[in-house]
Design a protein around this ligand. Structure first.
Ligand code: ADP
Length: 493
């Protein structure tokens, strides 16, 4: 006869609940992080003219990882000058030759995949299983994919010729540092442009390590230049007169200021900004799969994902069943050391971001939504936040409108497909959405009516270099990935 307590505990809970604990399984590969990183200009590591450096700390334990050069306007100018000098010969290389460099870069990154995964996790706080299985392989995949395009540009727009734009300025965020670098660099280089790129100030390390891959690949000096620093350095990249195009991924606020700064200039602009995606679950959906999709949609990368499924719209008739399955699943998520191979939710990227999440969660409580957090012990040092569900959320509340960019899910209900569409589109954003249903016709209808650049059906957060990604409304404009993303880096003549 089973013990009295085991009768009351569901089998899943017995398997995955607090009753079982894994031993720590830290990843041990060496990340090879230097104590100080200079700028990467004209193929060389160069001390900043500002002579200033800032600390990069690990959100995992708040320990200093490295000092990063702070690029001044003069440094940004040097980077643009190097890129402009490299442009004539790089753009005149045959596509096949440029493709060889991209293939080489992709293979070198694969060779050093483990080292880069550990560095990415230490620098940004994401679980090692994500940097190992997603960020690094996907970054390599983008270089492979665009290497394939480099000698086939004439097929991208039949009857037209693709000409490179010139020097492009690129600014990337801290949530997928290496992957965003790959998204930006690979199509720009395939089309024959040269680049000045700025990583986010809290996550510059894998970008600067990547410079060593460019050197090993023999990339001609000046084709790619990295300048590090915060908003002021970013503004210098945006405003430099040699830039023919700016590609920015980051917050909507900064995106708007860049758009204002470029108004009236002939610079091209693509913006990939924030999101507040609806993940919509109908009553005919396979619920256990949907719950996995909801969890992946919001807790992947601690919710630091612009296309995160941060609003769950669940059909009223199944709301309580979904809620109880979700709560049970949350209790099995492992929050903690991102270097541990069993960790599901790692560290929040920075103290500033942690404070923003806390503030928005408090607003949800104050505005009357019901908050659920599983019992979990967070590490004493570092920046951590437990997975959080809010039920009883209404559209007017801040947690339903503002991008939290953390592991926080706001749950709303609907009765009819029309109401689901109405609520899903009731946001200034339009980056992504998810639909869970058994009916193919409903998937087609919803994906037509949802104002979102990407609509996933019975899955979430699936990415591929061949798929264009980008937003509507305040989520920005322009596409990255696929042929559409490639064409953003070329002039059609
Ligand atoms: P977050 O608020 O989440 O940190 P940001 O949009 O501020 O997102 O950051 C994204 C990227 O934009 C980072 O590389 C950051 O340094 C850069 N950035 C911040 N302010 C500016 C600015 N005014 N002009 C250009 N780039 C900026």
């Amino acid at each position: 006869m089973p013990a009295k307590t085991s009768k009351r505990i569901p089998a899943r809970e017995l398997l995955f609940g607090n009753l079982w604990e894994f031993d720590p399984a830290p990843e041990t590969a060496a990340p090879h992080i230097d104590s100080r990183y200079q700028l990467f200009i004209n193929g060389k590591f160069t001390a900043p003219k500002s002579k200033k450096y800032f600390d990069s700390i690990s959100p995992r334990n708040e320990e200093k990882l490295a000092e990063i050069a702070l690029a001044s306007d003069a440094d940004v100018h040097a980077a643009y000058s190097a890129a402009a000098a490299a442009f004539p010969s790089w753009s005149k290389l045959s596509g096949a030759e440029r493709g060889k460099y991209l293939y080489r870069i992709a293979r070198l990154l694969q060779d050093r995949a483990r080292e880069f995964a550990v560095a990415e996790t230490l620098d940004g706080g994401k679980p090692i299983k994500e940097s190992r299985d997603f960020d690094v392989p996907m970054a390599a995949a983008h270089f492979f994919y665009h290497a394939g395009w480099a000698d086939k540009l004439s097929y991208a727009a039949p009857g037209r010729t693709l000409a490179p734009l010139g020097v492009v300025g690129q600014i990337i965020p801290w949530n997928f540092p290496l992957l965003m670098l790959a998204w930006k660099l690979a199509p720009a280089l395939a089309c024959g442009n040269t680049v000045v790129l700025k990583p986010a100030e809290s996550t510059s390390i894998t970008c600067m390590k990547f410079a060593s891959i460019l050197i090993d690949a023999g990339l001609p000096p000046g084709v790619v230049n990295f300048v590090t620093g915060a908003g002021e350095t970013g503004a210098a990249v945006v405003n430099h007169p040699l830039a023919k195009k700016i590609a920015f991924t980051g917050s909507t606020g900064v995106g708007k200021s860049i758009q204002r700064a470029l108004a009236g200039t002939d610079k091209r602009l693509t913006l990939e900004l924030g999101g507040k995606a609806a993940n919509i679950v109908f009553d005919d959906a396979p619920l256990d799969q949907a719950v996995e999709g909801i969890v992946n949609g919001i807790f992947f990368n601690q919710g630091h994902v612009c296309c995160a499924g941060s609003r769950l719209l669940v059909q009223e008739s199944i709301a309580s069943a979904v809620m109880s399955k979700l709560k049970m699943r949350l209790r099995s998520l492992r929050v903690g050391d991102p270097l541990d191979k069993n960790t599901d939710i790692g560290a929040i990227n920075s103290k500033r971001q942690l404070e923003k999440i806390r503030e928005l969660v408090q607003s949800g409580v104050d505005e009357g939504a019901q908050c659920y957090q599983p019992d979990c012990t967070l590490p004493a040092k570092g920046f951590y936040f437990p997975p959080t569900l809010f039920s009883g959320v209404s559209l007017s509340q801040r947690i339903a409108r503002e991008e939290i960019f953390g592991p926080v899910l706001s749950i709303l209900t609907f009765r009819t497909p029309e109401e689901a569409v109405e609520k899903a589109n009731n946001t200034p954003y339009g980056l992504s959405a998810g639909v869970w249903t058994d009916k193919g016709s409903r998937i087609l209808q919803m994906s037509t009516e949802l104002k979102a650049g990407v609509v996933w059906a019975n899955t979430y957060n699936k990415f591929d270099p061949t798929s264009p990604f980008g937003g509507f409304k305040e989520s920005g404009f322009g596409r990255e990935g696929g042929k559409q993303g490639l064409l953003e880096y070329a002039e059609l003549i």
